[in-house]
Design a protein around this ligand. Structure first.
Ligand SMILES: Cc1cc2nc3c(=O)[nH]c(=O)nc-3n(C[C@H](O)[C@H](O)[C@H](O)COP(=O)(O)O)c2cc1C
Length: 341
């Protein structure tokens, strides 16, 4: 069985392969924002800025949690922190479990992520385990985090040869963490989606941010298949595309929770997808797989210029979508004309 750090390295490699993607669509292509041939605006003046965790961001985007806790992961996070700072977008790091267990600090990230929100990350099962609340508090303190993400990934764990099977006590632990923590707590999935019911359960415990991380992007059941034994592969076969597609998770959660702070993710591919998510009701958007694919080349060399260029493209695309829907601000975009086909 590979140790935690080895597994994290395998995940990075596997997530970059085409086989890591869900075979089910996230349905964002069903969203048709209505073209306005009379925008009465200058495209350069489209205001993509927003506020998140007391920071002013240049666009409603967060690089979602991926890695940390081993040399390769730490180098990736440092590069991500610099790029996030340059583009004034938010950054969530991957699970801090490995680094905390090895008593390694990731505090260097705080200095690099200048003037942008930096979010810590731990698994729901770790939080519910013995000493879990203290572990989460150490994670927040080590990073100087502005908020803490707790990931709920029961499907991924079941698909993992070494995964956790006991999910008892996670909800109570979330409530306990909210009570003890000085920073907001976010709950996220990892690509199978948060339902309206799950959102209600965690919000009732005081969780204030939800990243729905729906089906249609990085697919952990598929990724874990290549690390599993044949029996486990057979067991998980019918669940390869289990989950709630991004659009469904976003619209159902928004419909039931009008005031929740919702981040949309799960296969977001470009700035037009960002616009579609905002129109569907997202306050922010996040993505992971698409970013690691351009940040690291096939030889695991970091190419920050490529991610830098991609983020500029995303911002331009968001502006174009706003211009063509005659939306001067993100708030205006939310009420623009459009249909879900
Ligand atoms: C290489 C990789 C590692 C990931 N590791 C974590 C993790 O440690 N913690 C976490 O909450 N999510 C993790 N995720 C899930 C992402 O944060 C995100 O929720 C998911 O990939 C869906 O977004 P995407 O379709 O844009 O990739 C990881 C994703 C990738 C691609």
């Amino acid at each position: 069985m590979p140790d935690l750090k080895e597994r994290k390295g395998e995940h990075l490699d596997l997530a970059k392969m085409p086989s890591a993607m869900a075979q089910v669509e996230n349905s964002l292509d069903r969203v048709r924002l209505t073209h306005q041939a009379l925008p009465e605006a200058n495209v350069d003046e489209a205001d993509t800025s927003t506020r998140f965790l007391n920071y002013r961001l240049a666009m409603p985007l967060m690089i979602s949690g991926m890695t940390g806790g081993m040399a390769r992961g730490d180098a990736i996070n440092l590069a991500l922190a610099e790029i996030a700072s340059e583009h004034r977008i938010a950054l969530c790091i991957g699970s801090q479990r490995a680094s905390l267990m090895a008593r390694q600090s990731q505090s260097a990230l705080r200095a690099r992520a200048k003037n942008v929100p930096l979010m810590g990350n731990l698994g729901g099962v770790q939080l519910a385990g013995e000493g879990g609340i203290a572990l989460a508090q150490r994670a927040i303190d080590d990073l100087g985090a502005d908020a803490m993400a707790i990931h709920l990934n029961p499907l991924q764990e079941l698909a993992q040869p070494e995964g956790d099977r006991n999910w008892r006590g996670v909800l109570t632990a979330l409530g306990e963490l909210v009570k003890r923590s000085d920073v907001p707590i976010m709950v996220k999935e990892v690509g199978a989606g948060i339902s309206a019911k799950t959102a209600r359960q965690v919000m009732d415990q005081g969780v204030s941010i939800i990243d729905i991380a729906g089906l249609g992007g990085t697919n952990w059941t598929r990724i874990e298949q290549s690390r599993s034994d044949p029996l486990r592969q057979d067991v998980m076969m019918p669940f390869l595309d289990w989950g709630i597609p991004t659009v469904d998770a976003l619209t159902s959660t928004r419909a039931e929770h009008k005031d929740a702070f919702i981040i949309a993710s799960g296969g977001v591919r470009h700035g037009l997808d960002m616009a579609r998510c905002v129109w569907l009701g997202a306050d922010m958007v996040s993505a992971a797989g698409v970013f690691i694919k351009v940040l690291e080349d096939e030889n695991q060399r970091l190419c920050p210029d490529r991610l830098d260029a991609l983020l500029s493209v995303w911002k331009d695309q968001l502006k174009i979508a706003m211009f063509l829907t005659a939306s001067k601000t993100l708030n205006a975009l939310k009420t623009a004309e459009g249909v879900v086909l």
